[in-house]
Write a protein that binds this ligand. Sequence first.
Ligand code: CA
Length: 228
Amino acid sequence: MSAKVLIVEDEAPLAEMLRYNLESEGFRVSHAETGEEALILLDEDRPDLVVLDWMLPGVSGIELCRRLRSKPDSRNVPILMLTARGEESDRIRGLSTGADDYVVKPFSLPELMARVKAILRRTSPDRVAEVIKIGDIELDRAAHRVTRGLRQVRLGPTEFRLLEFLMESSGRVLSRTQLLDGVWGRDAFVDERTVDVHIGRLRKALIRGNERDPIRTVRSAGYVFGDA
Ligand code: CA
């Protein structure tokens, strides 16, 4: 059974974009435009994750977060908060809102999807596919094993996470900043050139003989796994 995500967002185009992308990754999606509507949906069918906008008409995202955390049956539901750049994002860091994570608008889709999956891997490991297979490369999250064809590929922990992140966003160009955020974490003091170094190591481990390079460098943009 795939994971169920509840989107609470009053901006219709953004909610639609999120629904489309989450559904195309195999998630089941429901949507509420207001906090009140979200509370009704949450009572009917508990989602595995709530993507919650901070700025909502009526009950605000922050208030909804607080209410969910105060009720025993929704205390543990994972929440990913969407905040606007500026004051709110600074305040949310200081406030212990109870959200599991947050992204700052305008966010990039790969970053949001990576955070959604990171939360679900932690909170609902059985709902997230353990094996990602693209072409002849297979990554097994549970076993921490990568194979190319019949050959086992030995990777260090950073290269493993880098490959996982690239494969999860396959077909999308990821900038070095997005890779740093997704693989090293947004607070890591790592230079963007570090990404290039680890991409180099990853390629070296993945490619034998005349095998095709599965990672494409997109000049002045970043890297993409597979064909963009
Ligand atoms: Ca809003």
